[in-house]
Design a protein around this ligand. Structure first.
Ligand code: NDP
Length: 510
């Protein structure tokens, strides 16, 4: 004889079921689901609510909980046709009992201390094999610590980077997973169902143990900072160098979006530049104070690049650019002291210069991505993650903020040559750099002469110039270090450490 659905429930589950019936009747539900949820989610803020709706929409039953119960009720009341897939819970007991063990529980709340607090609150309710998944923008060092803290317990932890903002969370984000392979297997199906798809390929992957997912998300954001800064610098040249208005610059970006620069960030730049302020009727972008905010992932990228001994100059320049932008009052005061440079005439052949700007942006972008991937390669070695570079490029092709055609080309380059020392030396990208570095040089030269700040574009160019030059100038630095600190140096005609004749050399200067 067929059993009723609730016959699968153990006693505590049945009690919870009855309590849920009570909650459901309070919010005037006609039917109420008894099947256990495939996954749970805590935190129904912007990201959590959208992620939960996405999970439900893809046919996965989900239990949700929020610190403030009113938020849970509102979320459920507004879930419309998806209500049948959602189990709203007011207490931790209900929430836990509503999820099929081993329970994967996404924590999508304010990053930092709240995550530790939430984990501590959860722990007493969990049982062997349950997985706490921090999906917020965590510092990977916190993720490593949390993962380690559970290592000797029978619970597990996943650090999961989610990119794509509100829209991505709702309709398909790019998801970067770090944790044990076993815990990944438990969540793979649900995460694959909700991720963005690039030509049918899911933009989600297990990238390695412990902090791998959050580290990769951090570098994603570092690259995002550089991408945005470079676009803003080109905008500055078009606005302050060539004198184009916002709409015309929007047209330029619109055209570029059909070419090799095709990307989400160029696409939204066109839209932003063409939008009008409903209050003044002027271009919206002209009414926005030029002081950029930041939440920390750019800074973390730079810190980790430095920790790893990897040059990530374009990302550093982008973070520094935001810092300088935020010093609005100081900049205003400085302008009254120094004024602005007189500028130089715009290049005569406007169309050729526009083509140079497009190619310059591409060349600089290659530098920034090369740096980001180099940081990840170093971290992969440092933490034994074995990060799969082609897969990382693959899952960034859609769903995330830096999604672009360009990432498909990076995927191909790393698939053909997964151990490439640097993206710019792969055959496809070295060809692209050779085609575009002249344009970057001309654009940076123009900007420098015109007094227009281009920190990210110029640092990408200098990075390339330093990287491709076999005989640099650090021989002088080594000599200086040996002079004042007896640090020694390698000779070009032998490998041993040597010291210079500084004592006697000094005498010559007296
Ligand atoms: P919101 O501010 O919209 O929501 C914050 C959520 O955190 C609320 O549900 C809030 O609950 C909960 N919360 C805050 N403090 C605590 C606490 N001490 N204990 C339990 N719950 C708490 O944030 P977002 O949804 O924008 O961001 C969530 C995470 O996602 C962050 O880590 C963020 O960096 C990351 N992220 C955000 C992106 C975005 O575009 N917004 C993109 C990618 C990642 P309550 O309702 O009770 O206040």
């Amino acid at each position: 004889m067929p059993q009723p659905e609730w016959a699968d429930f153990d006693a505590p589950c049945l009690a919870v079921f009855l309590r849920r019936c009570q909650i459901a009747s309070e919010i005037k539900l006609e039917t109420y689901p008894v099947e256990q949820a495939e996954i749970g989610l805590i935190g129904l803020g912007v990201m959590g609510a959208n992620l939960a709706l996405n999970i439900a929409e893809k046919g996965n039953k989900i239990a949700v909980f929020n610190r403030t119960t009113e938020v849970t009720k509102k979320f459920y009341a507004e879930a419309g046709a998806l209500q049948g897939q959602i189990i709203p819970c007011e207490t931790m007991e209900d929430f836990i009992a509503a999820i099929r063990p081993p329970r994967p529980i996404i924590i999508m709340i304010k990053a930092g201390e709240p995550v530790d607090q939430q984990m501590e609150q959860l722990k007493p309710y969990l049982s062997a094999g349950d997985i706490m998944i921090d999906a917020g923008n965590a510092n990977f060092r916190d993720t490593m610590r949390r993962f380690e803290s559970l290592k000797d317990s029978d619970l597990t932890f996943i650090g999961m980077g989610v990119s794509g903002g509100e829209e991505g969370a709702r309709h398909g984000p790019s998801i970067m997973v770090g944790g044990t392979e076993e815990s990944w297997k438990r969540v793979e199906k649900v995460l694959t169902s909700i991720s963005a798809k690039f030509h049918g390929e899911p933009c989600v992957a297990w990238l390695g143990e412990n902090g791998a997912g959050h580290f990769v998300k951090t570098i994603h954001n570092g690259i995002e900072y550089a991408d945005m800064q470079m676009i803003a610098e080109i905008y500055g040249i078009l606005r302050d160098g060539l004198g184009l208005d916002a709409g015309a610059i929007g047209d330029v970006f619109g055209k570029w979006n059909t070419g090799r620069l095709n990307s989400y960030l160029i696409e939204i730049s066109e839209k932003v530049l063409k939008a009008k302020d409903p209050i003044s009727g002027k271009p919206m972008v002209d009414m926005i104070v030029d002081a950029a905010g930041q939440k920390g992932t750019g800074k973390w990228s730079v810190i980790e690049a430095q920790n790893m001994g990897v040059a990530a100059t374009a990302i550093e320049a982008a973070v520094a650019g935001r810092i300088l932008s935020s010093q609005k009052k100081e900049r205003e005061a400085a302008e009254t002291i120094f004024g602005l440079p007189e500028g130089v005439a715009a290049p005569k052949d406007g169309m050729a210069f526009l083509a140079d700007l497009e190619n310059a942006l591409l060349a600089a972008k290659i530098g920034a991505y090369a740096q980001g991937f180099a940081v990840m390669a170093a971290a992969s070695k440092e933490y034994n993650w074995n990060l799969p570079m082609p897969t990382i490029a693959k899952i960034w092709r859609d769903g995330c903020i830096i999604r672009s055609q360009f990432l498909d080309e990076i995927t191909s380059a790393f698939t053909k040559d997964p151990d490439a020392a640097n993206l710019i030396v792969t055959p496809a990208f070295s060809k692209m750099v050779k085609e575009t570095d002249g344009a970057l040089r001309r654009v940076v030269s123009y900007a420098v002469m015109a007094g227009l700040p281009v920190p990210a574009l110029s640092s990408a160019l200098s990075y390339f110039d330093a990287y491709r030059r076999s005989r640099g100038t650090a021989n002088l630095i080594q000599a200086q270090r040996d002079f004042f600190g007896a640090h020694g140096f390698d000779r070009v005609d032998g490998a041993d450490k040597h010291h210079g004749p500084w004592g006697s050399g000094l005498a010559d200067f007296k």
